[in-house]
Design a protein around this ligand. Sequence first.
Ligand code: ATP
Ligand code: MG
Length: 456
Amino acid sequence: MNIPNYVAAVIGALENAGYEAYVVGGCVRDALSGKVPHDYDVATSALPEETKRSMGGLKVVETGIKHGTVTVISEGRQVEVTTYRIDGDYRDGRHPESVSFTRSLEEDLARRDFTVNGMAYGRGVLVDIFGGQDDLKSGVIRCIGAPEKRFSEDALRIMRALRFSAVLGFEIEENTARHAVESRRLLKKVSAERILAELKQLIRGKDAERVLRQFPEIFSEIIPELAPEIGFEQHSRYHDSALYEHSVRAVGAVKEALNGTGAEYDEKTETALGLAMLLHDCGKVHCRSFGEDGEGHYYGHANISAEIADGVLRRLKCSNADRERICGIIKYHDLPIELSGRFLRRQLSKHGELLRDIIVAHIADDMAKREFCRDRIPQYYEALKKVSAIEAEKPCLTVKELAVNGNDLKELLPPSPELGRVLKELLAEVIDGRLENKRIALIKRAAELTERGGFV
Ligand code: ATP
Ligand code: MG
């Protein structure tokens, strides 16, 4: 395993002072599977005070001293150094009552969650007491120790198991999986923020679809609004699966839908679309009706789903910006998309950036329906292209971008709600291509509109 210099410097300083020091956890796991670790955690036999004294000229910040963690700044980068520790009782299933430090690496590794996260590396030697390497090779998430005990100590580990399974594409070992399901009620004790942080990573994992399908009970524990979707028959010619399965497939389709655009996208976009697809139809169970032909209809379900999702995301302590984005996607996930410039300009004016997400959501949604629904997908990609072309023209899409403002029209109208309405009408006509966004033309048209006085 290759350890970068800035980390080796920290380990070297601890060793020179007579202590043990190893890189541990996620970085060992990632390095052994050929990935570049995103950060390096060091575990040491030195007590925090001893670590501080050993660091010579390196800056040390006390970031989690209660849990034995200090952060060392080495070559301008951060390395978390944590004293070997044993976690005390977890009486509330959330935080250890107390942590005690130990001089034994084995004891420190034993408190870690999964075998693949329980390895250490130092002085050219891999310390692997729990079979982490084997599990890494065969792609297995397995608790260190008895799963029922480990999940009752800290129920967040249930979500972590599912997250690693989705992100790494690993199966959860049978006994671990069974106890994750059986212990799911304990998730109530875990803070919403921590659950959401795991869910956000999980949802864009390459195996999110499999994990969502495999553990419906756990997902309905953290989001009870999903429970009625399970086994809910849609009675629709567009669908060949029950509602939960459709949502799960739609989540799984997000990557393919985004890749098909040919444009780059960021993790935030993928996460927002993933969560939107998970929740996009949750309102359907509240508004099913049947036509005379037995076909299921779900009038208004997008609005209802958006309202329910809003509640879910508030409860999970999602940020306002993310919540609004996700609920916006859900609210308009079934907006009929037309290809005309006029339609797309209007929608772009109304939704801005969100319009792309909305169209990608249509694609993921159709990918999760009966095969024939895919016929519409090329049109959605076409719409996305047109949206890009429209944006490249930098058209006027907001009142602010009009070539006149309230001041220009003050001869015609004093500041008033009426003035606002005139400006809005000018904008609508500009967007539709019925009026040029030029000062003279706009003032002339504003005069016509005020003479007619007809917006009230
Ligand atoms: P990544 O940072 O890539 O998400 P990671 O494995 O580094 O994965 P972290 O949350 O950074 O995960 O935790 C670092 C290490 O601490 C883990 O590898 C694991 O050994 C241990 N750990 C983290 N959370 C827990 C937990 N809830 N219970 C037991 N051990 C944990
Ligand atoms: Mg980490």
